[in-house]
Write a protein that binds this ligand. Sequence first.
Ligand code: CP3
Length: 354
Amino acid sequence: MTGSSQLPLLLRAARGEVLDRPPVWMMRQAGRYMKAYRDLRDRYPSFRERSEIPEVAIEVSLQPWRAFKPDGVILFSDIVTPLPGLGIEMDIAEGKGPIIADPIRTQAQIDRLHPLVPEETMPFIKTILKSLREEVKNEATVLGFVGAPWTLAAYAVEGKGSKTYSIIKNMAFSDPAILHQLLSKLADAIATYACYQIDCGAQVIQMFDSWAGQLSPQDYDTFALPYQQQVFRKIKQVHPDTPLILLVTGSAGLLERMAKAGADILTIDWTVDMADARARLGKEMKVQGNLDPGVLFGSKEFIRDRILDTIRKAGNRGHILNLGHGILPNTPEENAAYFFETAKQVDQLLAAAR
Ligand code: CP3
């Protein structure tokens, strides 16, 4: 046994070790598809309560851990959670997502943003992450996460989710100097927040640039990539050994650009074949993904075949098995359970198929 075999599987994958099976977790693994979550939501109807009252957020984070024993346990929170700490008030509306009452549109509003002091504005994060580490011990890896500057700016400027991103693109293409200031302030705040999560116990940080795939590649290079780099550089200065994951949805045209962000691991979505992603990124870049979340509506055989296909294409080094984006709310819970069970027996399945 090597010393590192004491480390949880996900951290070993992040170090590029050869493994019998990849670690597995699911984005949004805590959430509406679980009955336990829906029951708890009836008692705590406000998302901010569910995510900011430590006992409730701990309970939600641990629901999938108890049910499926994934290799990664992610903090239950949201990417917009730090915004009130900068002076951007927000709420998270049922079925809609984040709502910003007073969207950021002017220089004066950007000037008024305050630097983030997470220990003052988000003390609950420390309680939650510490408890998660105590609960899962060395059996799984605790993941923290943050939103990326472009995606948080999209919420701050648009005021809510958008299909077209017209308001932020109007700002980007007609008044870029203002937007660059906002992006840079957000990057500093996000880096501070990620370091705080690591100090509180997060062992990996995933950064969600969910809406950066809405940018053309040249605009990604201007408005998304430099700020992803700013965040990752600052985290690495303080915590050089914490693995960093980047997610962009709809990233098929951006993979090579994403590889320049400074992340250790890239989340691949299902619009790219895993074999193609490996060929495009080279052996050294680690990858996470990439089943279509819709696969979990299929039969058990179908789910198993897609898991095996993905694992064969990704190879036995530097791969974290995951969906390519969050699990869908009406996914049958037993299919989620089957996904985890199968993923954890995959070494036997692969041996049997040889
Ligand atoms: O992965 C996990 O289990 C951790 C939980 C998590 C949530 N939000 C909880 C949540 C994570 C990682 C996020 C990140 C997040 N939030 C992202 C990036 C990930 C992605 O999907 O690209 C984005 C874009 C948001 C913004 C946001 N918050 C949206 C679009 C929504 C969904 C709106 C809806 O109702 O469909 C939310 C609310 C939210 N955050 C939910 C959950 C589980 C759904 C509401 C609920 O279940 O109570």
